[in-house]
Design a protein around this ligand. Structure first.
Ligand code: COA
Length: 189
């Protein structure tokens, strides 16, 4: 049985994973949701105005009231900037499975932050929520995402053709990855 705990604050060496505030909308817009270099790797289109982002933030803040809502803003400890987001979602109470997704602002790519945040959330899911499997998918033309999945111990389980139809009217093949709680705990990853 999944032990829902809501969006609990998580601290890593360089990051704080935390709930969002209304004041975060501008940073989210500026740092990643208005930037096509980031959003081209997501399903939804880049935001054109901060109002759009603020509406999304309201939905997320309302979600924070629910125990089965796990959405973290990723804050850099040194500068206190909000640099990205990561969430666990699509919880299935029958199988104990869920999905993970994440995005970081372009300025902060390739500094190990994605791996650090994903590792912390995978650990949280298995060690504190009793999730049995965590899965994720990335466009095959976005290998950096697969790289961080591999670095936290996830395994590629296959490729699904035309899995996504994105906001630019393109079909994308996706690599699907997963990690089992048993393997995670056994391997002490
Ligand atoms: C995917 C993402 C979160 C990775 O975050 P990050 O902080 O840059 O990741 P890290 O720095 O921890 O690791 C990135 C790894 O990918 C590697 N990498 C980067 N670009 C690559 C490329 N084109 N091909 C192969 N590997 C690549 C880096 O070398 C690094 O591996 P290394 O540490 O072994 O050198 C970030 O790129 C991002 O937000 N992308 C846009 C949104 C997105 O793709 N979300 C996921 C949707 S599934």
């Amino acid at each position: 049985m999944i032990a829902y705990a809501g969006t609990v604050k998580i601290e890593t060496d360089r990051l704080i994973l935390r709930k969002l505030d209304h004041e975060d909308a501008q940073s989210i817009f500026d740092h990643w949701l208005s930037d096509e270099r980031v959003t081209d790797n997501r399903v939804s289109a880049a935001h054109k105005s901060v109002t759009e982002t603020a509406e999304r933030v309201v939905k997320i803040i309302n979600g924070h009231d629910k125990k089965d809502f796990c959405y973290w803003g990723i804050e850099l400890k040194t500068t206190e900037e909000l640099i990205g987001e990561i969430d666990l979602y699509d919880f299935d109470n029958t199988t104990g499975n869920c999905e993970v997704s994440y995005s970081l602002g372009y300025r902060w790519w390739n500094k190990g932050y994605g791996t650090e945040a994903l590792r912390a959330v995978v650990d949280f899911g298995f060690s504190h929520m009793n999730v049995l499997k965590i899965s994720a998918a990335h466009n095959t033309d976005n290998p950096a995402s697969g790289k961080i999945m591999s670095k936290v111990g996830m395994r590629q389980e296959g490729t699904i053709r035309d899995m996504i139809y994105n906001s630019k009217n393109q079909y994308k093949d996706c690599a699907v990855w997963g990690i089992l709680r048993d393997d995670y705990l056994k391997n002490d990853l």
